[in-house]
Design a protein around this ligand. Structure first.
Ligand code: PMM
Length: 298
């Protein structure tokens, strides 16, 4: 039975993230945005202090922590479930101490060899994304035979490595890494092949929100664009559609900038799946609803 995916609302406290860089630099602004995301339907706020957009420069770890830790502390004190988007083990540890429940690592543990042991030492849930190298290298590494199969196999390797380092499989969420070392075509093929990645048996998270490949969709009348590229702000509708498609594939979570659009898309999927359940279950709407996923991800 497919359960409604969690919505991760994106909060980048960076000056240079591709779609929201520079918008949430001080703690009050960042917290206000997080609260708005929760009111719009986000279940988890994913706080990141280092941009991973193609070509982005690395950020000193002290600066990353200066950007994220006060925000995480404030959100956690308000009872908001927080995930920290970091490749750095020391930042993951500090973020958990500040109240984060989930560590979202776009490198799947490859960027910092100490990450797995930090996760093993804590109760945090860990999101391991498919990754082939830092922002400056990834475009050169976008070569695959069958991208969904290769992403699945590389993620299987990460699961094994994490388990060997003491991280129980049940704590790991996998993410195919849309836009990371992948061309636009690869991204569409990964989305078409989510069922194959789900064969690993781990919960999946999909993060397609506003990414560059959506810019190649046709620009239609109501959006202003100086070029043939669909503007970033016009990518929330296709993002919500992807959230719906991913939900139909049974993913555990989607990571988005526009929580309201995705929450509505998930409402639609839930209504259809609920009608389908009622149609096949003679007890109809009296049938017990399956327990919801533990929102803290434990
Ligand atoms: N994408 C970005 C950053 N973090 N984390 C996960 N798990 N999956 C993603 O696809 C992902 C991520 C890209 O940058 P953004 O924060 O500007 O969307």
């Amino acid at each position: 039975m497919t359960e409604r995916p969690l919505v991760f609302g994106i909060l980048n406290t960076t000056p240079d993230s591709f779609s929201d860089g520079g918008l949430h630099l001080d703690v009050d602004t960042a917290v206000a945005h997080a609260v708005a995301l929760v009111e719009a339907g986000a279940d988890v706020i994913d706080v990141g202090g280092e941009s991973t957009r193609p070509g982005a420069a690395r950020v000193p770890i002290e600066e990353e922590q200066r950007r994220v830790l006060p925000v995480i502390g404030e959100l956690a004190s308000r009872g908001i479930v927080v995930s920290v988007d970091t490749m750095n083990a020391a930042t993951a540890r500090a973020a958990i101490a500040a109240g984060a429940w989930i560590v979202n690592d776009v490198s799947g543990g490859l960027a910092d060899a100490r990450m797995a042991s930090v996760i093993a030492d804590t109760d945090a849930r860990y999101i391991a994304m498919h990754w082939r190298g830092h922002s400056t290298q990834m475009a050169d590494r976008a070569h695959y035979g069958d991208v969904a199969d290769e992403v699945r196999d590389e993620l299987a390797g990460r699961l094994d490595a994490l388990e060997q380092a003491g991280v129980a499989r049940e704590r790991v969420v996998l993410d195919p890494g849309i836009g990371f070392a992948k061309t636009a075509r690869h991204n569409w093929e990964v989305l078409a092949g989510l069922d194959r990645i789900a064969e690993l048996g781990a919960p999946l998270l999909v993060g397609a929100s506003r990414k560059r490949f959506l810019g190649d969709l046709p620009v239609r009348g109501r959006f202003e664009s100086e070029s043939e590229i669909l503007p970033v702000t016009a990518r929330d509708l296709p993002t919500a559609v992807i959230s719906a498609v991913a939900a139909m594939s049974g993913v555990w979570a989607v990571r988005v900038h526009d929580a309201a659009a995705t929450a509505t898309a998930l409402d639609v999927v839930e209504a259809i799946l609920s009608a389908r359940r009622d149609a096949v279950d003679p007890r109809g709407s009296q049938a017990p609803i399956p327990p919801t996923i533990d929102r803290r991800g434990s």
